[in-house]
Design a protein around this ligand. Structure first.
Ligand code: C2O
Ligand code: CU
Ligand code: CU
Length: 500
């Protein structure tokens, strides 16, 4: 996936790291305490330092553990708590201290049905405020876990919402407190939330879930703080985990068909996922099933994004057997780009047993295109390397909790054009609604989107543009931001006030 780079002259790019170092040096006098604490932990221009050990690998892929429902049908009632947890990652070493939901990394998986009333009692046992954001889910603004509703240390609150019809999809939950999201997420706080439908055309296929997350350790086996490069480029660690395991083993029989749900829960990686030789069919995106299956050879998942694919085992001699993340260049300024494949999971041929090879129906869901927009907006995404306190901008501004950047009306169709004037890719996420991408540029040339899909994250590649349609149904203050969590924390975020 080679693309034109905005301002791709070698001179402009070469200058960037230098300006950056100057900006970091000049800005250090007026940086907040939190910024300060996070500085000085890592070398500039370096990949994450080798930790000198590997994690255990090759174990069968663990399935995410489920959060037990304490209620009967029609309701989902449970308790979640965020607290430090020591988990043994390395045999013979001290346990690694994570921050975890219910002691698990990833957090317990929630499975509910369309129509369910959800009531999650949340307890914060961290020493800093947090929230639980229900990423992509159709919930009221005051239940969305945004930074305006912090839960204080030792605080408790309930999150209550009802899952509407047509909401079946693969969502997730993670913290969203003001300025602290990146750290809380990389310390281990994130889990998945799957909403199921009673009319699921793929219910006959066995499911396997792949929650991809990033782990960056220091040489003592503890979770490393962000380096300057992490804070600029977005954090990447030495290990990409699948369901909390490093390079686990997936077994599949020849011709066996399985439905995979895949989450990119990393802070910043854009994952170009491939499973060489095997057949992949895209069947769903962030907002659930698409209208008809699309054969694909790769899956480009940016941070926060999800996909559903049906994989059919096709073993061919000489093909690398595994789930890979292919090299993808995302315009990093302070750290090296990915040059090699990353093995996410190894794939082994299982004996033909009672495997499922049932076909995938040609029609999956009825998705209607959103009608012509009543409102059009432009959002320009840019970077300003010269201002340490305002490096990542939307329409020239950084986030202000007390400023709504736009006002909209519930029920109106809007068209947003996201225009990148940046050197890096910035995956864009909108709260409170889902959207349909209608067109994107490729090397500056507009191309219509080939199929309808509901999404809540879309990557905006450096120098390119993306056009989408959406309709807010629920009033309130809704955020939109870059889902590279370090950029979000640095203020690459804005708000729209939606009136009833
Ligand atoms: Cu996944 Cu505003 O977040
Ligand atoms: Cu920059
Ligand atoms: Cu960004």
């Amino acid at each position: 996936m080679q693309r034109r780079r905005f301002l791709s002259s070698a001179a402009a790019l070469a200058l960037t790291p230098l300006l950056l170092r100057q900006a970091f040096a000049a800005g250090s006098a007026n940086m907040s305490e939190m910024d300060h604490a996070a500085m000085g932990h890592g070398p500039v221009d370096a990949p994450p330092p080798a930790v000198g050990f590997d994690l255990p690998s090759g174990q069968p892929l663990p399935a995410p553990r489920l959060l037990a429902n304490q209620a009967g049908p029609g309701r989902f009632v449970a308790a979640l708590q965020a607290a430090p947890a020591e988990l043994p990652l390395l045999p013979g070493n001290a346990a690694t201290v994570f921050w975890a939901y219910n002691g698990q990394v990833p957090g317990p998986a929630i499975v509910a049905q369309e129509g369910d009333e959800v009531d999650i009692a949340f307890a914060n046992h961290l020493t800093q405020p947090t929230t639980v954001h229900w990423h992509g889910m159709p919930v009221p603004a005051d239940q969305d876990g945004g930074p305006h509703y912090p839960v204080a240390p030792q605080g408790l609150r309930h999150y209550r919402f009802t899952l509407p019809a047509d909401s079946a999809a693969s969502y997730w939950y993670h913290p969203h407190p003001h300025g602290l999201t990146g750290r809380q997420a990389y310390m281990g706080l994130a889990g998945v939330f799957v909403v199921k439908s009673k009319q699921d055309p793929l219910a006959h296929l066995p499911e396997q879930w792949l929650v991809l997350s990033d782990l960056k350790l220091d040489t003592a086996g503890q979770i490393a703080e962000n380096s300057m490069a992490d804070r600029h480029d977005g954090r990447e660690g030495q290990f990409v985990l699948v369901n909390g395991a490093w390079r686990p083993l997936v077994t599949l029989a020849e011709g066996e068909r399985r439905r995979w749900r895949v989450w990119n829960a990393t802070s910043a990686r854009i994952l170009r996922i491939a499973v060489p030789a095997h057949d992949l069919m895209l069947v769903g995106t962030d907002g659930g099933l698409i209208a008809a299956p699309q054969p694909v050879t790769e899956l480009l998942l940016s941070p926060g994004e999800r996909a559903e694919v049906v994989i059919t085992g096709r073993f061919r001699a000489g093909q690398p057997a595994g789930v890979l993340a292919r090299p993808y260049h995302r315009g990093k300024a302070m750290s090296a780009e990915q040059t090699d494949d990353i093995l996410l999971a190894s794939l082994e041929r299982a004996a033909l047993g009672k495997t499922n090879s049932a076909p995938v129906p040609g029609r999956l869901r009825d998705i209607q295109p959103l009608p012509a927009p009543q409102v059009r907006r432009e959002l320009r995404i840019s970077e300003n390397m010269a201002d340490m306190n305002a490096m990542f901008l939307i329409n020239g501004k950084t986030f202000d909790m007390n400023r709504a950047d736009f006002t909209g009306k519930a029920g109106e169709v809007e068209e947003w054009t996201l225009i990148s004037e940046a050197h890096m890719d910035h995956p864009f996420h909108i709260h409170g609604t889902r959207f349909q991408v209608t067109a994107r540029t490729e090397d500056g040339v507009w191309r219509e989107e080939p199929f309808l899909a509901w999404r809540d994250v879309v990557n905006v590649p450096a120098g390119e543009s993306v056009r989408l349609r959406l309709r807010f149904e629920r009033p309130g203050l809704w955020m939109y931001h870059c889902h590279i969590l370090e950029h979000e924390d640095a203020g690459m975020m804005g708000m729209i006030k939606v009136e009833a």
